[in-house]
Design a protein around this ligand. Structure first.
Ligand code: NAD
Ligand code: UDP
Ligand code: UDP
Length: 351
């Protein structure tokens, strides 16, 4: 309880990561107090360095699989590695983060009567046989594959959110985020947008997994953060789940060609094996987000890519773009980064 202040105290778990750092920025700009809790597994202090002098910002090293006792009005639960290379690095820890993390954050929200938003994912739909994906589709997920630690962890977290809502009256919001890109993506997270841009800027071959005809729909980070914020603030509350993503669909090959054109790169396209359980098609139906909180993405892929390329170009100029490594994900092994043929190094994520 507070006696005088009118702004909100907001906990952002995973706040030092890619999406979290943009969200912290947005919430501070709206005048709120932000507590960013992160264990720095994939996120870095550097992502929020520019916020550290703000008296309304606090950074806490904390792992959400452990209890956290703080007084807040809202919780955005983003803590969880998001890229396959990262979440497969320690698969058991990934499930623990989603499940134990959800229990702890829901317990916290229950105790202090805070509203809590879960960063869920389009991966709950698995390799979908319904297209585009609407929220009432139950999905097609392999429970025992390499992606399961993430997909099933996020599905279980959704279950926990809805049971805390039904059983304990917790005010929840579940957002299903589709592929998002933008500045502060980790240059070595192995995701397609960051890989292609880094490869193009360094003039190295662009690695297309499979035949490149699989599709994704890419949402620029500013649009995504706006969607999360509107969902959290929407009154009266609809718990969701609600898809947040950009409904314009591209093949991976289209993306590679667009990146080459925008960077003016001379990189050539090379094919590499398709990772196990890689979804073939993905596109959100975002009509529910439009109806509930009046949201639609504004940034076209080409414009968002230009801004992302600018960011990675800045890293390159500063000598901070890591030497090109080919990201591979092989069936039966954890995610690995092969720097030169055959040598497998388990990725440290500090670059
Ligand atoms: P990210 O890896 O940049 O950020 C995740 C953050 O969580 C990092 O700062 C990491 O250090 C932190 N973290 C991981 N495990 C933790 C733990 N146990 N305790 C505390 N902190 C922990 O990834 P992102 O792209 O910013 O994703 C943020 C959230 O959005 C994730 O929950 C992810 O599943 C979800 N999401 C992202 C996308 C996307 O395309 N980026 C798509 C769907 C869902
Ligand atoms: N919890 C937390 N912070 C709080 C309140 C609870 O981290 O402010 C954790 C607590 O450790 C517990 C979990 O949230 O394990 C679930 O809490 P809940 O009250 O739902 O259930 P409990 O297990 O305490 O009966
Ligand atoms: N992909 C690719 N080359 C890369 C990285 C990824 O062709 O260097 C493909 C990947 O196989 C998948 C798509 O791009 O089909 C999106 O991959 P990402 O890891 O970005 O996201 P997710 O698979 O989780 O949607």
């Amino acid at each position: 309880m507070r006696l005088y202040d009118t702004h909100r105290r907001i906990l952002v778990t995973g706040g030092a990561g890619f999406l979290g750092s943009h969200l912290c920025e947005r919430l501070l700009a709206r005048g709120h107090e932000v507590l960013c809790a992160d264990n720095f597994f994939t996120g870095t202090r550097r992502n929020v360095e520019h916020l550290l002098d703000n008296p309304r910002f606090e950074l806490l090293r904390h792992d959400v699989t452990f209890p956290l006792y703080v007084e807040v009005d809202q919780v955005y639960n983003l803590a969880c590695p998001a890229s396959p290379v990262h979440y497969q690095h320690d698969a058991v820890q990934t499930t623990k983060t989603s499940v134990h993390g959800a229990i702890n954050m829901l317990g916290l929200a229950r105790r202090v009567h805070a509203r809590i938003l879960q960063a869920s994912t389009s991966e709950v739909y698995g390799d979908p046989d319904v297209h585009p994906q609407r929220e009432d589709y139950w999905g097609r997920v392999n429970p025992v594959g390499l992606r399961s630690c993430y997909d099933e962890g996020k599905r279980c977290a959704e279950t926990l959110f809805f049971d805390y809502h039904r059983q304990h009256g917790v005010d929840i919001r579940v957002a299903r985020i589709f592929n998002t890109y933008g500045p502060r993506m980790h240059p070595r997270d192995g995701r397609v947008v960051s890989n292609f841009i880094v490869q193009a800027l360094r003039g190295e071959p662009i690695t297309i997994y499979g035949d490149g005809m699989q599709t994704r729909s890419f949402c620029f980070v500013d649009d995504l953060v706006e969607g999360l914020h509107r969902f959290m603030e929407a009154e009266p509350g609809d718990p969701g789940p609600v898809n947040i993503g950009n409904p314009v669909e591209f093949t991976v090959r289209d993306l590679a060609q667009m990146v080459i054109r925008l960077t003016g790169s001379s990189s050539r396209l090379v094919n590499a094996p398709l990772p196990a359980d890689d979804p073939m098609q993905r596109r959100p139906d975002v009509s529910r987000a439009a109806r509930i909180f009046g949201w639609a993405p504004q940034v076209m892929l080409e414009d968002g890519l230009r801004r992302t390329i600018e960011y990675f170009d800045g890293l390159l100029a500063a000598g901070e773009l890591p030497a090109l490594q080919r990201m591979t994900r092989r069936a039966g092994s954890p995610a690995s980064v092969s720097a030169s043929g055959g040598v497998t190094v388990h990725a440290p994520f500090d670059a």
